[in-house]
Ligand binder design. Structure first.
Ligand code: ATP
Ligand code: FE
Length: 351
């Protein structure tokens, strides 16, 4: 099967063509330069850019794949959750193509796209434990099927990527913050500043990251007050301390999530990560060590498939299609769409 995937829920306009497990093309047109001056994604600007760039992304994806639109077997599109303007652009475009070609339309949950990615990249079998850590999300999911997710916990405030981005901003490092904080941390001493380890004293798998940012702000301001500014080494040490706190909290909560998952699924246990923060080497190292300790397989998709892309949407669409879960022209764009609630079925038929 040849499937066109579209993704426009945040600040990347993406289109991809997938044939079976093979990614024939995966185009991602970013918008960093449009939002840079505002220090964050501006929804109106994002919506307009998606509307303008979707055409181009789709054309590039089809040309690179060498697949004419008439050869597509289905159109999969992110129908939520995300910024409503962008999601709407994608859904309208997908409906147009589906109507023009007469091919099935499949509404995909963006989070399901991330959560199913290890199946595309590594053929991981159900069930597995997924840690989704990105710019907008942080949650533990037991992935049991293309529409069967059990949420074990997640952040109660910021997402870790957001915390990395804010940290970079507070320290005058470039965006996106994750890579620049990680880079600065390599020459830093993680023990010089004592960052908190939020929620470790609390039962369960919920996490919190907003306190780290507050702690960082206090440390930064104290240094500036004492010495009139920040030295290069201060920035490195602050980054190292911050990153170590995120790593430790995520590793400890993953340990707990693994315990819950292993009780239910003693078979061939597997942990997979997705989302942009999964690129972090310190975090990966901690998770790998944890998995080794518990005899659990560890899977981390390549970075370009960890961050937002349309290949994962096409893939998730293919799994839904195989399960007979096709949408129709009433497919609605949803700003909010939790993965595991019965009240919000995975398939976006607006009925
Ligand atoms: P979402 O996917 O939740 O809608 P998003 O599009 O912002 O949000 P992704 O594209 O998955 O998220 O990832 C981007 C985030 O990953 C950014 O916040 C970025 O700072 C973070 N990130 C990227 N590389 C690293 C790294 N090496 N270490 C830590 N964080 C990183
Ligand atoms: Fe995402």
């Amino acid at each position: 099967l040849t499937i066109l995937g579209l993704e426009s829920s945040c600040d990347d306009t993406a289109a991809a063509v997938l044939r079976g497990q093979e990614i024939l093309s995966s185009v991602v047109l970013g918008q960093n330069e449009l939002h840079a001056a505002f220090g964050g994604v501006v929804p109106e600007i994002a919506a307009r850019a998606h509307a303008e760039k979707l055409d181009l992304a789709i054309e590039q994806a089809l040309v690179q794949a060498g697949v004419p639109v008439t050869e597509l077997d289905a159109i999969a599109v992110t129908a939520g959750p995300g910024l409503i303007g962008g999601v709407l652009s994608g859904v309208m475009m997908a409906k147009g193509i589906a109507a023009a070609t007469g091919k099935p339309l499949i509404g995909v949950n963006h989070l399901a796209g991330h959560a199913l990615t290890p199946r595309l990249t590594d053929g991981l079998a159900f069930p597995y434990l997924m840690l989704l850590v990105s710019g907008g999300h942080c949650q533990f999911l037991i992935v049991r099927g293309p529409q069967d997710f059990k949420r074990l916990g997640g952040t109660i405030d910021d997402a870790p990527g957001e915390a990395f981005d804010k940290t970079a901003r507070l320290l005058g490092l470039p965006q996106p913050g994750g890579p620049s904080v990680e880079e600065a941390a390599t020459s830093g001493d993680e023990k010089r500043f004592r960052f908190p380890r939020p929620l470790l004293d609390r039962e369960g798998c919920d996490l919190s990251f907003s306190g780290l940012k507050t702690a960082l702000l206090r440390m930064r301001d104290k240094l500036i007050e004492e010495q009139g500014g920040l030295h290069r080494q201060d920035v490195a040490d602050l980054c190292a301390g911050f990153q170590a706190a995120v790593r430790d909290v995520l590793a400890e909560k993953t340990r707990r999530a693994l315990r819950v998952y292993l009780e239910e699924n003693p078979g061939e246990p597997a942990l997979a990560v997705a989302g942009g923060v999964a690129a972090n080497t310190a975090l990966r190292g901690a998770l790998e060590a944890l998995c080794e300790e518990h005899g659990v397989t560890f899977t981390a998709p390549p970075l370009r498939l960890c961050t937002d892309n349309a290949a994962m949407i096409a893939y998730a669409g293919g799994e839904l299609l195989a399960a007979g879960e096709v949408s129709d022209m009433t497919l609605a764009a949803r700003p909010r769409w939790p993965l595991d609630t019965a009240a919000a079925p995975l398939l976006g038929s607006g009925k």
